[in-house]
Design a protein around this ligand. Structure first.
Ligand code: PLP
Length: 384
């Protein structure tokens, strides 16, 4: 639909796709044992809208939601979410008291954080993160014993409840990477140490989307799925076909089209020069809206049932595409990326064109795009 009221540029998110993907993932990990599913909705639901995605995920049976920051968790509570909710990235000065009061489970990496959380009172529910090789957040191996000992003391004193122990993979998108086995073994060691210290958490977890799909041995009690819930492939080239459906379509309305002749250069610096007569179209979205500048002369968009390459540099507000001699009228739909069903480029195609991962494409697109949510299962207002 390109009615006169449709905006200059918009992001359309199909919540039915999110629900479908969550069901696929839930069924996938339930095959051999009961494994809970956490849907990760940090960074505004990977650009899809945190609150809307969270509701769709809960509807489809997500047992948990996961976010990075306390602020994100509190925003979910403010929107009415009441289920299991974990956050894992606190910075000095963050308000643990607000998180605990809202029933948000927080993550401690250090003894100092544990003590800060316990000092809040109110029976904090705390998970402990151990670093098994990523060297990012989490307690390094040398600190595991102390962290577990202090956590156990605080728990037995009735000041906190240790609800989980978890870690995060280095290279789960590369199933043959030796770190996968090494981290799983290290995680099991950490769990043994924790048990020795008297801890018996409700959940232990290690897997993100790629590991949830590719590495059943890493499922433990719970898997944390982000990208796959949005329908994107966490490990391109490695993942079996699961029928995941990309939920996001980014599209715009053509501003103008015009002929150009052989020898005409396009956009700043004339990094592309036509070697034959053709036509170009102006698309009103640029790097100010999260269209990667690296898409210049590399990515394509979809206009009138074919792929149209971006010519020349991406500007702040606009890009120019090759219309191959056609002159579609202003207002014609331009799909930057979508599910791919019609042949349009996908976020994965864009990622490959600009040398990044689909996560970055969907999370960064935004700026002046209007975002709306549709539901292809309950209404006709899809992405056509
Ligand atoms: C973002 C994140 C995830 C989700 O990862 P995907 O690859 O998107 O599934 C899981 N766990 C942690 C700790 C994260 O930060």
């Amino acid at each position: 639909m390109t009615g006169p009221a449709s905006p200059r540029a918009e992001i359309v998110v199909d919540l039915a796709a999110i629900r479908h993907n969550v069901r696929v993932l839930r069924d996938l990990v339930q095959v051999d044992a009961p494994v809970q599913l956490m849907v990760v909705v940090k960074a505004d639901g990977y650009g899809h809208g945190m609150v809307e995605v969270a509701e769709a995920a809960r509807d489809a049976g997500a047992d948990w939601l996961g976010v990075a920051t306390i602020d994100e968790a509190l925003a979910l509570r403010a929107a009415g979410d009441r289920g299991h909710l974990l956050c894992w990235l606190s910075a000095p000065g963050d308000d643990f008291a607000a998180a605990v009061a809202a029933g948000v489970e927080v993550t401690a990496y250090t003894v100092a954080e544990l003590e800060e959380i316990a000092a809040v009172g109110g029976g904090a529910r705390v998970q402990l993160k151990v670093d098994t090789g990523l060297s990012r957040g989490g307690a390094p191996r040398a600190d595991w014993r102390d962290l577990f000992a202090v956590a156990s003391e605080l728990e037995h004193a009735g000041r906190i409840t240790v609800t989980g122990i978890w870690s995060h993979f280095v290279a789960s998108d590369e199933p043959a990477h030796p770190m996968n086995d090494a981290q799983e073994a290290a995680f099991r060691e950490a769990l043994d140490l924790a048990a020795g210290a008297g801890l018996d958490p409700e959940v232990t977890h290690l897997a993100n989307s790629a590991a949830a799909i590719l590495r059943p041995s890493s499922h433990f009690d719970l898997v944390r799925c982000g990208i796959a819930a949005y329908g994107l492939d966490p490990a391109p080239g490695e993942t079996p076909r699961l029928g995941l459906r990309p939920a996001m379509t980014a599209r715009a309305r053509l501003v103008m089209s015009k002929p150009i002749t052989a020898g005409d250069g396009v956009s700043y610096g004339h990094t592309w020069v036509a070697d034959h007569d053709t036509s170009v179209g102006l698309v009103p979205a640029g790097y100010g809206d999260g269209v990667p500048r690296a898409a210049g002369n590399s990515a394509s968009v979809w206009v009138d049932d074919s792929r149209r390459p971006i010519r020349g540099r991406v500007c702040m507000d606009q890009v120019v595409v090759d219309l191959h001699g056609e002159l579609p009228p202003p207002g014609t739909e331009v799909v930057l990326f979508g599910p791919g069903d019609r042949g349009e480029p996908t976020a994965q195609d864009w990622a490959e064109a600009v040398g990044t991962i689909s996560y970055e494409i969907v999370t960064r697109i935004g700026g002046r795009f209007e975002r709306r949510h549709t539901d292809s299962e309950t209404s006709e207002d899809g992405t056509e």
